[in-house]
Design a protein around this ligand. Structure first.
Ligand code: PLP
Length: 414
């Protein structure tokens, strides 16, 4: 075993560079195995996983219920075409209704694809209900995916710049700013697209007043309201659908990341007002295959049986509380914010990358999003003991970094 994490990476890193498009900047770590909230490198070192595949592994790694469901389904049929009926598809759609959104489902394989479906629904609905209106208004700093249309919907020019010109029909206004939305709405507007909590740009929750006002505005102006719950959905914020925490129901909702617990699946649910797609309007070869649906059904069964959503709420509140204690101890932690187990720690200086690296060295995976924000989206099954372990590592890491840059180290209380 080498002493330094990532020391044995050389040939793999070289081959990655040779054979894979260089779209991802990787941490110096190979992961080969996981168990609940821990992941392991080839040499057996253990890391506490507060990244969870970026909010994907809601049941952690290697969860017996998920492994059993996927194994059982794989023995029957991994894939059958949507040309035929498939029971897991129907069962999953029914469960998604029972969990709190009345609507019909289109199955895709990722968050971006789920959103693409929502855009097509909105455009068709605009033709039939709003004289051909097709503009979708989303928000600055939003994130909706990496296909061309979802990049156009994403309110971050850096993702668009290399690929200009963008597809038309997308505009952006300030988040949590109802006046800006009203100002931007015109006769071409067909829908408003929102994340209930902005994920990629630093875990920024919408306010309740804003969500209520947006719903009212969409009703007043005959617009569709689309919630992108690709990251917030499936219990992440302490509700199955994050909108349940706001008492605001959209016309369309999209889910992906957590739904299959790691098996790729995306869904677009359209409520009765928006349910306009008909035979031939949309499709996906893999979408809703029995393997992905069986995985999602096992995730939902487990969430319900084990009280996972309640756990996300309780342990999420504990994580925020412990991070606030850390902020009291270390002046460089400026703010802590989040919802459920979707939590960000904001720093007052550009050390997020260093902190991510130091935490990794000490056995904790967290995700630096931008120079000053650390995102934590752990499995929803962690307990308070895992939070305590993470806080200890963050404290050690901050201590190290502050020492390195010559800033005062926190003093232990007398
Ligand atoms: N929408 C939101 C809110 C997301 O956070 C993401 C991914 O991070 C996406 C859409 C895109 O999902 P995918 O990467 O599965 O296409």
């Amino acid at each position: 075993m080498t002493d330094t994490i990532g020391a044995g990476l050389g040939p793999l890193a070289q081959a990655e560079k040779e054979y894979l498009m260089q779209t991802f900047k990787r941490q110096p770590l190979e992961l080969v195995r996981g168990d609940r909230w821990n992941v392991y490198d080839p040499e057996g070192r253990e890391f506490l996983d507060f990244v969870a595949g970026i909010a994907v592994n809601v049941l952690g790694h290697n969860h017996p219920a998920l492994v059993e469901a996927v194994t059982r389904q794989a023995k029957d049929a991994i894939h059958v075409s949507d040309l035929y009926y498939s029971r897991p598809q129907v069962e999953l759609a029914k469960r998604l209704n029972e969990l709190g959104f009345k609507g019909r489902v289109f199955y895709a394989n990722s968050g971006a694809e789920a959103n693409e479906c929502a855009f097509k629904v909105a455009r068709k609905w605009g033709k039939e209900n709003r004289y051909g209106a097709f503009d979708i208004i989303s928000t600055n700093q939003s994130f909706h995916g990496r296909t061309l249309a979802t990049v156009a919907a994403t309110g971050q020019p850096k993702y668009q710049k290399p690929f200009l010109p963008m597809p038309t029909g997308f505009g952006h206004v300030g988040y949590n700013d109802i006046a800006a939305l009203k100002e931007a709405t015109d006769e071409r507007t067909v829908a408003v697209l929102l994340e209930p909590v902005q994920g990629e740009s630093g875990i920024v929750p919408a306010t309740k007043e804003y969500m209520t006002a947006v719903r009212q505005w969409c009703d007043d102006k005959n617009l569709l309201l689309i919630f992108d719950e690709v990251q917030t959905g499936v219990g992440r914020t302490g509700h199955f659908y994050a909108f349940q925490g706001y008492d605001v129901v959209p016309d369309i909702v999209t889910l992906a990341k957590g739904l299959g617990g790691g098996v790729p699946i995306g869904v677009c649910l359209a409520g009765p007002r928006a349910d306009v797609l008909a035979h031939g309007d949309h499709g996906s070869t893999f979408g809703g295959n029995p393997l992905a649906c069986a995985a999602a059904l096992a995730v939902i069964d487990t969430i319900e049986r084990d009280g996972v959503i309640e756990n996300a709420r309780v342990v999420g509140a504990y994580l925020e509380q412990r991070l606030r204690q850390l902020a009291d101890e270390f002046g460089c932690v400026a703010e802590v914010r989040g919802a459920g187990l979707m939590v960000a720690m904001l720093l007052d200086r550009d050390i997020a990358g260093e902190l991510e690296a130091a935490a990794l060295e000490h056995g904790l995976l967290v995700n630096a999003i931008g120079p000053r924000v650390i995102r934590m989206v752990p499995p929803l099954i962690i307990g308070k003991a895992e939070v305590d372990r993470a806080i200890d590592i963050l404290a050690q890491s901050l201590d190290l970094i502050l020492g390195q840059v010559g800033l005062p180290r926190p003093q232990a209380p007398a």
